[in-house]
Design a protein around this ligand. Structure first.
Ligand code: C2E
Ligand code: MG
Ligand code: MG
Length: 683
């Protein structure tokens, strides 16, 4: 795929913007603060100076009125102490309650006439630059604390003093009589100002940040829009214009990637080639526009079927391809092909016409049918070609074995569905016999399928297909219901009934609410639950011990009997056996065969062990598949009382089994024959 702005790269970009902007804002804030601070100080000076000047005028006016003569005299000599004291008081009264912390009055020659600091009186300031400027009529204001020498001399610390040298005008406002030096504590002024300044700076920063946040979001959004547009442009370029599906080139890239991913993860990859049949005829008959509409419609429908992570592409005029990541099995691919075929097969409305078209689908699987994209494509294409040779609208696997199996499975599933619907299933009953007396103590219901063409079909031929297709669930339910109904019929006919065992497959057993379902059937048919025994194979019980224990307990609570079928083949451990609420172990036929011929097999040892086990767990035992009198005699000697097998009876049709229940003599006669045989053999 071509390089494009990914969401993470645009995020990085925005983050860079954010950092740069923060630095810029920080610097801007600092310089703004510096500029504002300078401006602020100037203003403080100006304000304090203005006020000092006004004060100086006032002082000048007052002093002139009271002490004009003295001051003029003072220019030549020292002011009389008494007058000076009056002047001091006067000035003190003037500055009382103001920010003025100190005051000095100099005559025109720079002599200190009056000073709040008495020690300074008489000191000459003539050489002082500020004094001279003030005397020349130019007021000077400055921060006193900046001038360290001065501050030290004047004992100024901590406070931010503004010191002003101001001309002292006489009452005419023109003659300069001397110079006044005023110290003003600008601390309060500065504090207030600084607080305001801080507020301004904070507000400014706040506004900037808010503006920045808005900007940030806008940039982010713009970035997203741009990325989406880029992707769209790329997608447009790699898509087929008519159907909007990825085009051939894109598909090839994608297949390459999918194969390397599958190889890396050790998974399979399905490839379906879908070719429309007789598409050219549509074009010829209805025109190209109709052909385009058909392609668009069919593409749209197929896309509805495939999941997002499969890539469906248009790879040619009327050819499509689909990759299927890690398909579960051939059945899944097959089902998908069927659905695609069905979608294609729906009529397409063009104008007032309904056009129908079919597709031929070839299926190939990586790595079995091709280890790289080229050979996989070739395999799918070959399979598609074979499908074309067959009747229209079919799918073919490249692997011919799968293809064959799939074909027969398909037919079989359909036939079994029909059998369930048309009640072509039957139950046969095989009696379980007391080895000592030959009386019937129970029966096992065994499923048969009576098919018009196939005749009577044994379960070995169709149970696996029932399980694969999930049909085992409804069929199994039918078995249980039918066994219960039969029990009910026999009871109603006044026959003394014995328990019937039904076989339950794992899938059926694990259906939620299985135990409740069986309970409902029993209630519905009105039979005693103790007359129904559930047979589960040992291997099925060991699959999921914890949940099986729960289901078995639920069954047990309802009063059903439970048997472990094919016991000895499923590697169950003793600790698990103890957990299961079971009644019966059915020893698998393989251990019964030739059990009496100790030397040839281990069967005798195994059966002996099972007998001991069942004894200690208090379970009853049924020996399955007993065929000879010698097996029977041997089992009987080992303590096994219940026998199921051809020796006594094959599985019987319902009517035959019913006859056996009615007439106990049937099996007694068999029993006698067996005894005779044993006597002859033994003699
Ligand atoms: P299973 O449950 O172990 O049933 C015993 C099988 O052994 C029956 O085969 C029975 O006909 C056969 N058999 C009994 N005695 C002898 C004998 O002396 N010699 C020989 N050679 N075979 C004997 P069937 O009826 O063909 O059933 C085969 C299997 O199919 C059953 O084995 C059971 O696992 C399954 N099955 C039958 N009916 C059902 C059903 O309704 N539901 C389910 N889930 N499975 C069923
Ligand atoms: Mg069984
Ligand atoms: Mg069995």
């Amino acid at each position: 795929m071509p390089a494009t702005a990914t969401p993470s790269s645009s995020f990085n970009l925005v983050r860079t913007y954010a950092l740069v902007a923060l630095v810029v804002f920080g610097l801007a804030g600092l310089s703004l603060a510096a500029v504002l601070d300078g401006w602020f100080e100037q203003n403080v000076l100006h304000l304090a100076g203005e006020r000092n000047q006004a004060l100086a005028r006032l002082v000048g006016k007052e002093l002139w009125e009271d002490f004009g003569a003295t001051l003029r005299e003072g220019a030549d000599g020292v002011v009389d102490a008494a007058i000076r004291a009056r002047m001091q008081r006067h000035i003190h009264a003037l500055t009382e309650g103001t920010d003025i912390t100190g005051i000095k009055v100099f005559d025109t020659r720079g002599r200190t006439l009056i000073a709040s600091d008495e020690d300074a009186i008489g000191r000459i300031e003539e050489g002082n630059e500020e004094f001279r400027l003030a005397l020349a009529g130019q007021p000077v204001n400055r921060f006193a604390t900046r001038d360290l020498a001065y501050a030290e001399r004047e004992g100024i610390t901590g406070t931010r003093l503004v010191s002003s040298y101001l001309p002292l005008y006489g009452p005419d406002g023109r003659d300069v009589l001397g110079v006044v030096e005023l110290h003003v504590d600008a601390g309060r002024l500065i504090e207030e100002g600084e607080a305001t300044l801080a507020n301004i700076v904070y507000a400014g920063l706040g506004i900037m940040l808010a503006a920045y946040a808005v900007l940030f979001l806008l940039v982010l959004r713009a970035q997203r829009v741009i990325t989406a547009q880029q992707e769209e442009i790329i997608a447009q370029a790699t898509r087929d214009h008519l159907t909007g599906l990825p085009d051939r080139g894109t598909f090839a890239d994608n297949l390459e990637q999918a194969i390397s991913r599958a190889r890396r993860l050790g998974q399979q990859l399905g490839l379906l080639y879908i070719d429309l049949d007789e598409f050219k005829a549509v074009n010829d008959r209805y025109g190209h526009q109709a052909g385009d509409t058909l392609l668009r419609t069919v593409a749209h429908r197929m896309r509805g079927v495939v999941r997002d992570y499969n890539m469906l592409a248009r790879i040619g005029g009327d050819e499509f391809a689909l990759t299927v990541g890690s398909p579960a099995d051939a059945v899944e691919l097959d089902a998908l092909a069927q659905r695609l075929g069905e979608e294609v097969g729906q009529p397409v409305e063009i104008g007032d016409q309904h056009i129908r078209i079919t597709a031929s689908i070839g299926i190939a699987v990586f790595p079995a049918d091709g280890g790289d994209s080229e050979s996989l494509v070739r395999a799918a294409d070959t399979a598609m070609y074979r499908a074309k040779q067959g009747e229209g609208g079919s799918a073919r696997f490249y692997n011919e074995q799968i293809d064959h199996r799939r074909h027969t499975t398909h037919e079989l599933v359909q036939a079994l569905e029909a059998a369930l619907e048309n009640e072509h299933f039957e139950l046969y009953y095989q009696p379980k016999v007391d080895a000592a007396t030959g009386s019937v103590v129970g029966a096992e219901a065994l499923l048969r399928w009576r098919d018009g063409q196939r005749g009577l079909v044994s379960p070995a031929e169709f149970i696996p297909t029932l399980e694969e297709s999930g049909l085992i669930v409804p069929v199994g339910e039918w078995v249980i219901r039918e066994a219960c109904r039969a029990q009910r019929r026999w009871r109603d006919a006044g026959i003394e009934v014995v328990p019937v065992a039904v076989n339950v497959s794992a899938q059926q057993f694990h259906q939620p609410g299985f135990a409740e379902g069986v309970g409902a059937i029993v209630d519905e048919t009105g039979i005693d639950p103790r007359l129904l025994e559930i047979e589960m194979t040992e291997s099925c019980l060991m699959e999921d011990v914890e949940s099986n224990v729960m289901v078995l307990n639920a069954l047990k609570e309802k009063g059903f009997r439970i048997a472990i079928d094919d016991f000895g083949t499923g590697y169950s451990s003793l600790s698990y056996l103890k957990k299961f609420p079971i009644d019966t172990l059915k020893i698998d036929r393989s251990f019964i065969t030739d059990v009496h011929k100790r030397a040839e097999t281990d069967n005798a040892a195994i059966v002996t062990a099972i007998m001991a086990l069942s004894h200690s767990l208090r379970l009853s035992v049924v020996a399955e598949g007993v065929e000879t009198a010698h097996e029977l005699a041997y089992l009987h000697a080992l303590g096994c009382r219940t026998i199921q097998g051809f020796l006594f009876s094959q599985p019987l049709e319902e009517s035959e089994y019913e006859a056996m229940l009615r007439d106990s003599m049937i099996l007694r006669r068999t029993m006698e024959a067996i005894r005779e045989e044993l006597a002859v053999g033994g003699a």
